[in-house]
Every structure is written in structure tokens, then in C-alpha cells.
Design a protein around this ligand. Structure first.
Ligand code: UGB
Length: 603
């Protein structure tokens, strides 16, 4: 059927001949029509089939399924078919937690106990085009007071959970909580470099596994003809398939079965730049364990039109119901089409009635494995072509199928226990996604989701946690960085081992300690107690575990001053420019306790 291909058949291995036949059957003749006689570009032709092989093996059901799925989804898109046809949205009910109350504290305890049976999975294959940062997002500082990057914070948090969880049970627990990072060609090498050059931030290298997602073939037209790379006609153009790949990668890696054989019960998924996330993990895991949820999504109150999905109950005309994330670009049209003329709008609380999905999922391992045995991790996909005009016959640029990890529950039977847990935004959610220009355009009152707001949210949360624990923390001042008005609280940070949960913070804060607005306080060490500290300046405390340190005195110095930086100022580093400020370190007190025993920092 394709003479240029037939003349080159001797270059191909038998399985490649089969793949070639499949491609011809699926209308992909254009991939070979330009092939010259054997002897010309032979290596490139072989290279082409190497790529076809990879595309075939990395997609559940192979390239044939990919092309067939694409044809169907493209036809639906052309016909204007709504994926939510027949479904009516309503507001679901879930667990709503109040930070620091008795219920919250006991859920945190239950969650920490369960943590030794957990595995963590970070999806970090995205490049963060919206943020406009060139490096990998997990290498960005979570805050610039300590400069620790997101990945370091995540690893230290998992290690702190591991230690605390083992301490809670009296069976000599030595578990090492597994940590998987999904990378992509865009992020893999830099992630390995970050880990290796920092000794895995204290985690045992064998605890960490990287799973690299492959990109998927681009589609040139409504017939799902695969797009050739404009700069190389022996290469199929590819684009990311989305964070939903994490399920098929975990399934094919064999890790799930291994975890099951080790007695693990929970898999926790999270995203690359939420510096507050681990404030929410203990209690949310406690909810999963006490409610017996197969699926538990973490959520926060959502402002209408905010770029996070809404958790929605969908009821089909045939009676089926599911509780699922409806992505932010689909919630508004779905509501308008089902009798809500205002679409995605705030209700009398000032928030959307649909809780905002922060894409932190806790899955119960046993039912998860059973489901993946059926689906092999394939997740419901969508396609989002940009058509040249209303006839919908041509695309402005090639498109591809995409999938999202939070769509996992879509294939579950109605008997599955799917729930969600809502927490305060200040405690649980502050992603770094938007570049300064876009953040400054966010409607007033909606969160910026920028490097500026992400860092300020850490200080705010830590200040509010200390306040709740009884310390006097000064009110914030309001300032504007890169066109974004934010609250600037005292720059308080601590290592996860110091403040893993509210109870452990409360136990260490006594006697009218106070921190002024212009102060910075860094606590590194498990047994550091605030007992009458009055801080006006910068204090850094480093202590070994065997040292019990009481901070009892007044500490005053010139401290660290926040200086404005314009994001256009190319003399500053990119990670500073995107947040719009830097710290001028004028004066600080840094104390190091390296000897065991009782110590006190007094006047
Ligand atoms: N990611 C990958 O690992 N691989 C990919 O191919 C793509 C992404 P974005 P998005 O909580 O704030 C999500 O781009 O997709 C990783 C939810 O869908 O930051 O716009 C990437 O590295 C949405 O419902 O987010 O929106 C990153 O870690 C809402 O919950 C993660 O996937 C929103 O996040 C998310 O990628 C949110």
C-alpha cells in the first residue's frame, strides 16, 4: 500500500514490520511517503522506528489504542459533544476540618500512626510554563529565609513522618517510607542532579525511585494523523500527556505489589510546588484511615474562576453518581448548561460552593491495585484542539491526548468509598504556578499562586500556627511586590522534625513568647522550646537532638530587611526576580547547640 515503505522493509525488525502495518491500517501513510530509496537516511529510518517502538510500549494498549482513542475523542470534540452530557452537578459533602481543634489533633495522631504504612508519590514531570522559570520547580526555594528548596522540604517532611510514626508504635519499627518521583524528559536529569548533589537531602537513596513519563504523539488533524516534527521528518512530534500517567507508570513498575507485600496501605500523591502541603498530610491521612476512604482528595475553599478544579457530585440521568474533580475550564460551562445561569460563581460565603481540588490524593493501596489490574492504569483522557475556525476542520497547531491523575475515580464502581477533606487554605495550599505578570492580573481577592504569595504563605501559616499554640505573633504589614499586594508576617520557619503536627508545636511553646513583625526565626532541631522568648530581629537556632534548648530571653538585633526587586531586573537571579523581594541580612544571632544536655538562651 505504501511503496516507499515497502522498499525499505529490510531495514526493519519483524515487530517493527507489524507496527508499520498497524500504522498503515490506521491511516498513517503520510509518515512514510517521503522516505527515499534504501541507502539514503537509513539510520534516520531506524531511529524513526525506535521512537515508534517507545511510543507503543509506553502507552497502555500501545500506539494502536492511542490512535483509536484519539479518533474518537477528536470526533466528539468536533461534534461539540460535552463529556458531562447527561450529568447534573451538585455540591458534595465531605469532611471539613478546623485546624487545632480536638478532632483535628486526634486525626493528626491517627495519620502519623498510619504514615509508616504509606508511600509518597510526587508528580514532577511538568516544566511550569505558566511560571516562566527555566529550572525544575522542585529546586526553587520554598522560602528564602533558609533557602531550602521544595524537594528538600518534602524529603525532610517524609523523614519526619517516618520517625514520628515509628515512635508511636512499640514494635521496633524501622520502616523506610518509599518516595517515588515521576519525572519527564524535561525534568529527569535535573531532578537526579539535585538529589545526588545534596546526598538525597538525608533520605537513603534506595528509598527514592524515579519513574520517567514519556511524551505522547501529537495529532495533526481530525483523522488523528500523527504529526511529524517540523524540524525532522523522521521524528514524530511529541508533547506531555499529563500527570495522569502516574497511575500506569506505578502499575508497570511493579512497585505497588512490592508495597503491598511489605504491608503498606496508603499511596499519597502530591504536586511539585505546594510548600504548605505537609501541614495537611497528617490529618488528611487520619481521615482516610478513620473513614476507610478508598480515595480521599484534599480540598480548600475555592474562589469562583480560580485555576483549580472543583470537587463536584455528578448524577447521571441513568442514576449513576460520582464525586469527582471537574477541571476549572469545564466547571463554568457545565453549570451554565445545567440550570445555573451565573456559572462558576461565588455563593454567600464569598466562595464557590464547590471545594477546590488541590490534587493531593490519598488512595488505599489494596483497592487501588485491584482497580489497576483491570485498567492497567489507563486514565480517562481528553483532547483540547485549538481549531483555526468554527468549521473545526483544521488545528492552529498540533494537539495530543491528555490525562489527569485526579480522574482516577472515574472508572471506579459505585461501591467505592470516594471522599474528600476540606482544610483552610492558609494551612494547606500555596502553589507556585504563575509568573509575576499573570499573577498581578489575578482578580482582586483571588489567590496569586505566584512565587511571592507562595513564600509569604509559609510565614503566614507558621505565624498563625504559633499564635494558635499561644505565642504572641505581631500582625502583618501589607506590601506590594511585583504588583501583588500581600501580607508580610514575621519570617518564621522550622524544620519538619520540630513542627510535624499541631500537638508537637503546642508542646514546645510556653510562657508568653513573642515575635515582632520585622523578625525572622529559624528553628532547626527537635527539642527547642519557646519559653518566654521575645524576638525583635533575626534568630537562628540549630540544635542536635540530644540538646534540650529553652529560648527564654529578649533577642534584639538589626535583623534582615526585605528589599523590593523588580522582576524585570536581570541583574538578580531568576528565583529572586519571580518573588519580587530579597533579604538583606544585616545582623542576626545564630546559636548552635552541639552538646547533649539542657541549655537555655537567656539574656
Ligand atoms: N505534571 C506532570 O508530572 N506531568 C505532566 O505531564 C504535567 C504535569 P500543573 P494543572 O492544585 O493547583 C492541577 O500544570 O494541571 C505535574 C489540577 O489538574 O501545575 O494546571 C506538574 O509537575 C487542578 O485540578 O497544574 O492543575 C505538577 O506537579 C488543580 O488541582 C502537577 O503535575 C491544580 O493542579 C500539576 O501540574 C492545583
Amino acid at each position: 500500500a505504501c511503496p516507499p515503505l515497502r522498499r525499505n522493509l529490510q531495514l526493519l525488525a519483524p515487530d517493527e514490520v507489524e507496527l508499520a502495518k498497524m500504522l498503515l491500517n490506521e491511516g498513517q501513510i503520510h509518515l512514510f511517503e517521503h522516505w527515499p530509496e534504501p541507502g539514503v537516511d537509513d539510520d534516520k529510518k531506524r531511529g524513526f522506528f525506535d521512537q515508534v517502538r517507545r511510543l507503543n510500549s509506553s502507552y497502555p494498549g500501545g500506539l494502536l489504542s492511542y490512535i483509536q482513542n484519539a479518533k474518537k475523542l477528536l470526533a466528539d470534540s468536533k461534534a461539540g459533544k460535552n463529556p458531562y452530557d447527561g450529568f447534573t452537578p451538585s455540591v458534595p459533602s465531605g469532611e471539613v476540618l478546623n485546624f487545632g481543634d480536638d478532632n483535628f489533633v486526634s486525626l493528626e495522631a491517627a495519620g502519623i500512626k498510619e504514615a509508616r504504612n504509606a508511600a509518597f508519590v510526587l508528580v514532577a514531570g511538568g516544566l511550569g510554563e505558566r511560571l516562566g522559570y527555566k529550572g525544575i520547580k522542585v529546586s526553587l526555594p520554598r522560602e528564602t529565609t533558609t533557602g531550602k528548596c521544595f524537594l528538600q522540604h518534602y524529603i525532610e517532611s517524609i523523614l519526619a513522618l517516618q520517625e514520628a510514626s515509628c515512635k508511636m508504635v512499640d514494635d521496633g519499627c524501622q520502616t523506610k517510607i518509599p518516595f517515588v518521583i515521576m519525572t519527564s524528559d524535561d525534568t529527569n536529569a535535573l531532578t537526579i542532579k539535585l538529589l545526588e548533589s545534596n546526598s538525597y537531602f538525608g533520605m537513603e537513596p534506595s528509598q527514592v525511585k524515579l519513574l520517567k513519563q514519556e511524551k505522547v504523539a501529537c495529532l495533526a488533524d481530525n483523522d488523528a494523523r500523527l504529526a511529524l516534527d517540523p524540524s525532522d521528518k523522521y521524528k514524530i512530534q511529541t508533547k506531555p500527556h499529563g500527570h495522569g500517567d502516574v497511575h500506569s507508570l506505578l502499575y508497570s513498575s511493579g512497585l505497588l505489589e512490592q508495597w503491598k507485600s511489605e504491608g503498606r496501605k496508603w499511596v499519597l500523591f502530591f504536586q511539585d510546588t505546594n510548600g504548605l502541603l505537609f501541614n495537611a498530610i497528617p490529618s488528611a491521612l487520619g481521615v482516610s484511615a478513620t473513614k476507610g476512604y478508598n480515595v480521599n482528595s484534599l480540598a480548600v475553599p475555592r474562589k469562583a474562576k480560580e485555576a483549580i478544579g472543583g470537587i463536584t457530585k455528578l448524577t447521571h440521568v441513568d442514576g449513576r453518581t460520582m464525586v469527582i474533580n471537574v477541571e476549572y475550564n469545564q466547571l463554568d460551562p457545565l453549570l451554565r448548561a445545567t440550570g445555573h445561569p451565573d456559572g462558576d460563581a461565588n455563593c454567600e460565603t464569598g466562595y464557590s460552593p464547590y471545594p477546590g481540588n488541590i490534587n493531593q490524593l490519598i488512595l488505599e493501596l489494596g483497592p487501588y491495585i485491584e482497580e489497576l489490574k483491570k485498567t492497567h492504569g489507563a486514565i480517562s483522557e481528553f483532547v483540547n484542539p485549538k481549531y483555526t475556525d468554527s468549521t473545526k476542520t483544521a488545528f492552529k497547531s498540533s494537539t495530543r491526548l491528555e490525562c489527569m491523575m485526579q480522574d482516577y475515580p472515574k472508572t471506579l464502581p459505585p461501591s467505592a468509598k470516594v471522599g474528600f477533606t476540606v482544610m483552610d487554605t492558609w494551612l494547606a495550599y500555596a502553589p507556585v504556578k504563575n509568573n509575576p505578570e499573570d499573577a498581578a492580573k489575578v482578580p482582586k481577592g483571588n489567590p496569586y499562586h505566584s512565587a511571592t504569595s507562595g513564600e509569604m504563605a509559609i510565614y503566614r501559616a507558621n505565624s498563625l500556627i504559633l499564635r494558635k499554640a499561644g505565642a504572641q505573633i505581631a500582625d502583618p504589614v501589607v506590601d506590594t511586590f511585583n504588583g501583588q499586594e500581600v501580607e508580610v508576617w514575621p519570617r518564621i520557619t522550622w524544620s519538619p522534625r520540630w513542627g510535624l503536627n499541631f500537638k508537637s508545636v503546642k508542646e514546645k511553646v510556653h510562657d508568653n513568647s513573642s515575635v515582632s513583625q520585622r523578625s525572622a526565626l529559624v528553628i532547626n532541631g527537635q527539642n527547642v522550646f519557646l519559653e518566654g522568648l521575645s524576638l525583635d530581629g533575626t534568630l537562628i537556632v540549630n540544635a542536635i537532638d540530644e540538646a534540650e534548648v529553652k529560648l527564654t530571653s529578649h533577642v534584639q538585633n538589626k535583623g534582615w530587611i526585605i528589599q523590593h526587586v523588580d522582576y524585570k531586573d536581570t541583574s538578580e537571579k531568576e528565583e529572586i526576580r519571580i518573588r519580587g523581594f530579597k533579604l538583606e541580612k544585616i545582623e542576626q544571632l545564630e546559636v548552635n547547640y552541639t552538646e547533649p544536655g539542657k541549655h537555655s538562651l537567656s539574656a
